[in-house]
Write a new protein. Structure first.
Length: 278
């Protein structure tokens, strides 16, 4: 059993990961900035601003692992908060490392890579084209250096496209769910021709939990299925899977110019990690 601190525990992704870690029998400390009622009650819940704590390692009870998922405006890719908050993330992680936390895992994003076509590997060059991607890319390099200097385990969990039917998230799937519940008959959409790596919400949580529950596989780890699927096909299938009546209104929005046409994660590392659980 490990003691795992999860920041951003009340976020759309954090709640699922906390639940999975609790299901796995881990001791979970859940750091939440606001709402705590949606977080698994099996966790030790701490409502706080992680950036205002002088010694977070002591405050959170000397966790074995930091799983840093906290991040603002992840779906607003050019919001200035990404750059404004970057020094705060650095200082928080540095405090944890300097105080003695020996396993640091941070949630990254495929947007670190920028415009790219094909399979993203651990060493694929990064050329981010949004403030979100630039900030995550910088934090990855900073965290890697901090861990190297402190002889701590470094795990960078690179996320892709997560499919879930919660209406509270900001993904296209959450927005469609909310629109369906509000009685909308159609949903404005792009042409949906891009091909991306989509992973179901529950599998995302399982992969993240499995990664931080071990130390053998480290570095950049793609949290993914390792295969592309056309956006229109995945969204249409999502609508059918959930029994929704809403229809996609194709061509109402243009594709974002910095979105890759076909991109997916190399899944070698995550397959190895998941095989350890079998």
């Amino acid at each position: 059993m490990m003691k795992i601190l999860v920041t951003g525990a009340n976020g759309y992704l954090g709640t699922g990961v906390v639940k999975q870690l609790c299901d796995d029998g881990q001791t979970v400390v859940a750091a939440c900035h606001s709402r705590t009622d949606i977080v698994d009650s099996r966790a030790e819940i701490k409502q706080c601003d992680i950036f205002d704590i002088d010694n977070p390692y002591e405050y959170f009870g000397k966790p074995d692992v930091l799983l840093h998922m906290a991040w603002r405006n992840g779906f607003v890719h050019n919001d200035h908060s990404h750059i404004d908050d970057l020094p705060k993330h650095y200082v928080f992680i540095k405090k944890m490392v300097d105080a003695g936390c020996k396993q640091i895992a941070v949630l990254g994003t495929m947007h670190e890579v920028g415009f790219f076509e094909g399979s993203i590997k651990e060493d694929t060059p990064t050329h981010p084209e949004s403030l979100y991607g630039i900030s995550k890319d910088a934090l990855r390099n900073i965290t890697k250096l901090l861990c190297k200097n402190a002889d701590a385990t470094f795990q960078w969990l690179r996320g892709y496209y997560i499919v879930g039917n919660s209406e509270h998230g900001c993904s296209i799937f959450s927005k469609i769910t909310a629109a369906e519940k509000n009685g909308q008959e159609s949903f404005p959409f792009t042409m949906g021709i891009n091909q991306w790596d989509f992973i179901n919400y529950e599998d995302f949580a399982k992969q993240v939990a499995a990664t931080v529950e071990q130390k053998e596989v480290n570095g950049v780890i793609n949290i993914c299925y390792g295969r592309p699927e056309k956006l229109a096909d995945r969204v249409e299938r999502f609508i059918k899977e959930n029994g929704y009546k809403i229809k996609l209104d194709y061509g109402k929005f243009p594709d974002r110019p910095y979105d890759s046409k076909a991109v997916w994660g190399d899944d070698k590392k995550i397959r190895k990690i998941m095989s350890m659980r079998e």
